[in-house]
Write a protein that binds this ligand. Structure first.
Ligand code: DX5
Ligand code: ZN
Length: 214
């Protein structure tokens, strides 16, 4: 299992220390949550912070944009060194165009679905995606409880990807711990985002290792 620790739950007064911890771990990606206070009821951090993180992270950056009109920021996200530009389906009126723009900018394209958005809306675009992120909590905050319905949704997404002959990875975000992570692994997830479970643990490097062994 690939693991993407979410920096949202890090100690923002010690970001460098926490990014370097992730560098030393078995994490596959570093997950960065950008919020605008409009699409979601919270504000986190923005591009200048990610630009600084880029200089110290040895893990590829997975930039999860919980913002309206993400297509306006393709070049800024690219300049932040993002490997994945992750946009919400619910914020993109012309999703196909946005995915094309992300790929033309040299990034991998990922699309995120809120808990109430069915996976079937991606049927005609899934072959053009590098990753689909299913929110297993409502976006905006760390430390929320996993929504069990995500397990069935993960299985349906796995089938949809297979039927389309697509290669998109399945990433899950919200309420991930060893128990929900094990169920998600069985349901067909490829990447687990974990914020509070990693950063509030006594030994985050060990916790990342335990998740990656699922
Ligand atoms: C929530 C963010 C998540 C968040 C997950 O809107 O997208 O990435 O950090 O936090 P946990 O793992 O604590 O649920
Ligand atoms: Zn996220």
């Amino acid at each position: 299992m690939k693991v993407a620790p979410s920096l949202l739950s890090a100690d923002f007064a010690n970001l460098e220390r926490d990014v370097r911890m992730v560098n030393r771990s078995e994490a596959s990606l570093l997950h960065l949550d950008v919020m605008d206070g409009v699409f979601v009821p919270n504000i986190s951090f923005g591009f200048p912070v990610i630009e600084s993180i880029k200089n110290i992270s040895e893990k590829p950056l997975d930039v999860h944009l919980m913002i309206v009109e993400p297509q306006k920021f393709v070049s800024q996200v690219r300049d932040c060194g993002a490997e994945y530009m992750n946009v919400h389906y619910e914020t993109c009126q012309h999703l196909h165009r946005t995915v094309q723009q992300i790929r033309s900018a040299g990034m991998k394209a990922a699309v995120t679905l809120n808990p109430a958005t069915p996976v079937e809306v991606l049927r005609d675009i899934v072959a053009d995606l590098d990753m689909v992120l299913l929110m297993s909590v409502n976006p905006g905050f760390g430390g929320q409880t996993f929504i069990e319905q995500t397990l069935d949704k993960t299985r349906r997404l796995r089938n949809l990807i297979m039927e389309a002959g697509a290669k998109a990875l399945i990433e899950i975000d919200g309420g991930v711990n060893l128990s929900t992570g094990k169920s998600l692994a069985e349901a067909g997830a490829d990447i687990l985002v974990a914020g509070s479970f990693v950063f509030s643990s006594a030994d985050p490097i060990l916790t990342i290792k335990q998740l990656s062994n699922l």
